[in-house]
Each structure stands twice: as structure tokens, then as C-alpha cells.
Design a protein around this ligand. Structure first.
Ligand code: MG
Ligand code: ZN
Length: 367
């Protein structure tokens, strides 16, 4: 009896060893493959609750379900338990935790190299797409260095001199006094609010900038339409088959959270989800593209609760089949933030780590 069981165990062990050995051989090359193109999507203010709204209301078209490699980041900044968007984006872009309001500067207000500067020196072509002003804290941290995020005229100047090759967003107000400089730095700038993104033809030797609003772009509720998915695809079209880094920001999930306006948050999440979808379609076809989706922090303390109701005796009870939404704050929260990754190198983004490690993980894959 004992011998039979031992023999069965031995056989089982042998089978497991053979199966895992052959599958690890199969995965070996995929596991060590490095991406040629890296796309970082940031949903500003997008925590687990914001993502959960898609599972509740958009389950069939929820593109977050397409990711297999998922991690969590701790987002606290160098100065505060709760980060702002400048310190949060600087952690991603420059690899250091810094004080709230800092754009591309360390705790001592010294400029630190960002991913765009480092990878441009390695012959990467780079782009930024954002639904806020392109000079706003999140995109700014990828090309500028200022002690405070509010210096948006200075940030605009720095953008023109930066290594960025393509950008699309709002912020025209901050560039108005520099029209002649734009030509000086060889930019092709377009400020017409309507773009037929699909028909644009790009010269890969030129730098393109789209400034489509004075400051932030309109909300989805006010008719922004498909700017984010379409401008992101146009950026991918421009970057083509070159080594590239593209940052795409859904900026206004955060603004909906600050306004404690659920419909604002949800419509911005729908737009971001759609953008994740077109980027994933691209990456799946391409095979050499790493997609990373994360957020700088959560905004609003959004919670999805069992809806309260009064029973026949007048007692407050909860209906577990009905979800009501509420916000706990007009500011940001300290919640852990999920990281979703797809493509070559995506397994590096699993586990629990600090927000600034995103920088090192991306850089290691670029080297
Ligand atoms: Mg932002
Ligand atoms: Zn915010």
C-alpha cells in the first residue's frame, strides 16, 4: 500500500517536473524579451474604486480585464503621507520621491534627470498626450524642472526646448507669447481645436505639438469626444516602428474626484478605458510594446456602497443589490494604487513596491 502511494507520488512529481520544465523553456525567450516601445498610461486620481466603476457599469467593454500582470504601488511623497500630482508624476518620471508641488526636482530643489532626457540620449523618440494643459503637473514632470507646479509659463518654455518629439493636449494660453520661439525650436504647432486625427500624415523627422485648448480640454460631459484615444493613436502612428516612449494621461478623473462629482469621474473613466483599449489593441498586434497602466494617487475617497433604504419600521438598512456612490474628501487619499502591465517585461511590474520604482523598472527595460 505504502509503496503504491509512494510510487504514485513519484510519478506525479515526475510529470509536474517535466511539464513545468518544458513550459519554462517555452516562456524563456518571452520572459527575457525587452520591449522596443513603452507606453505609460496614467489615470490621474484613479484608485481601485474608480476602476471598479467599470466592472459595475461597463463589464463587457472593460479593458482592465485584459491584463495578467498586476502590482500595487505606495504613492506617498517625499514630504507628505499623501502625494499631489506633481510629486507623484516626478516619482514616475525621475525615479525619486520629492516634495508635493515639485516638478522634476528632488527634495533639495535640484533638477533631476527625467526618463525623456535619459531615453532621448539613447535615441528614443518620445511623446505626451494629456487631457489637461500639457504644462500641468503630470505631463510637466516628464520634461520640466521647476520648484513649483504653478509656474506654467516657464514650464511651457521648457517644453519647447525639451527632447519631446510629439505632444497633444491643452495649454495654448501658456505658449501665446512664444510663437516665434516655436519656429526657432523647429516645432510644427497646430492650435485648431478640431483634428481629423486619422487622416494626419507625419514626417518622422519633424516635431509636432497640438495645443487644442487655452488650458484644460473640455470634460467628456461637455463634448470632448474621442480626443484621448484618437490623439494617442496618432502619437503611435507618428512614433511608428522607432524605439519610443509615450505617456498618455487621463487627467480629469482627478478633477471629477476633487469636485465629488460621480458622473464626471465615471465619464472620464469610460474615456480612459477606451484609450486603454486602443493601446492594448495596438500592443497585441505589435508584439514589441510594453503597456503600463497606473495612477499617481486616488482622488475623492470614492466609495461604492450598498444603497441605504428605510425598512417598514423606519430603520436604515442596506440594499446589497444596489450600489450608491459617495466621496470622503475633496482632496487626494493615501490608498495603494494598482499597476497593470502587458507585453515584454510586464512581469517586472508585479508585486508591491514604491511609486518611484516604476522609473527604474522602465529604465532597466530600455537599457
Ligand atoms: Mg494630472
Ligand atoms: Zn488632484
Amino acid at each position: 500500500m505504502f509503496q503504491t502511494n509512494a510510487f504514485r507520488l513519484f510519478l506525479f512529481g515526475l510529470i509536474v517536473a517535466v511539464v513545468s520544465c518544458s513550459s519554462s523553456k517555452q516562456n524563456h525567450s518571452v520572459y527575457h524579451k525587452k520591449p522596443k516601445k513603452i507606453i505609460l498610461l496614467i489615470g490621474d486620481g484613479m484608485g481601485v474604486a474608480q476602476i471598479s466603476t467599470l466592472f459595475l457599469e461597463k463589464d463587457n467593454t472593460n479593458n482592465f480585464k485584459r491584463f495578467k500582470h498586476i502590482g500595487f504601488i505606495n504613492t506617498r511623497s517625499g514630504s507628505h503621507k499623501i502625494t499631489d500630482s506633481a510629486a507623484g508624476a516626478t516619482a514616475f518620471a525621475c525615479g525619486e520621491k520629492t516634495y508635493n508641488n515639485s516638478v522634476g526636482m528632488n527634495m533639495d530643489s535640484v533638477a533631476i534627470n527625467n526618463l525623456i532626457e535619459v531615453c532621448s540620449a539613447m535615441k528614443y523618440t518620445t511623446g505626451l498626450v494629456s487631457t489637461s494643459s500639457i504644462t500641468h503637473a503630470t505631463p510637466a514632470s516628464f520634461f520640466a524642472h521647476t520648484k513649483h507646479r504653478k509656474f506654467e509659463f516657464d514650464i511651457a518654455k521648457q517644453l519647447l526646448k525639451s527632447d519631446i518629439d510629439f505632444f497633444a493636449g491643452g495649454g495654448n494660453d501658456f505658449f501665446k507669447e512664444m510663437r516665434s520661439d516655436m519656429k526657432l525650436y523647429d516645432w510644427t504647432i497646430d492650435t485648431s481645436s478640431y483634428q481629423d486625427w486619422k487622416s494626419l500624415v507625419f514626417d518622422s523627422n519633424k516635431k509636432y505639438g497640438y495645443l487644442l485648448a487655452g488650458q484644460g480640454l473640455p470634460t467628456m460631459e461637455a463634448g470632448r469626444g474621442d480626443f484621448l484615444p484618437e490623439a494617442s493613436l496618432a502619437a503611435l502612428n507618428y512614433l511608428g516602428n522607432r524605439k519610443s516612449f509615450l505617456m498618455i494621461e487621463g487627467s480629469q478623473i482627478d478633477w471629477g474626484g476633487h469636485a465629488n462629482d460621480y458622473d464626471y469621474v465615471f465619464t472620464e473613466m469610460e474615456d480612459f478605458n477606451k484609450t486603454v483599449g486602443v493601446v492594448m489593441d495596438y500592443a497585441e498586434k505589435d508584439g514589441n510594446t510594453l503597456v503600463i497602466v497606473t495612477a499617481d494617487h486616488e482622488t475623492g475617497g470614492l466609495s461604492l456602497n450598498a444603497a441605504p433604504y428605510k425598512d417598514k419600521d423606519g430603520n436604515i438598512r442596506q440594499d446589497y443589490d444596489k450600489v450608491s456612490t459617495s466621496f470622503n474628501t475633496g482632496g487626494h487619499t493615501a490608498e495603494l494604487i494598482p499597476v497593470f502591465a502587458y507585453g515584454p517585461g510586464s512581469h517586472h511590474f508585479q508585486g508591491f513596491y514604491e511609486n518611484n520604482e516604476i522609473y527604474n523598472k522602465i529604465l532597466d527595460l530600455m537599457k
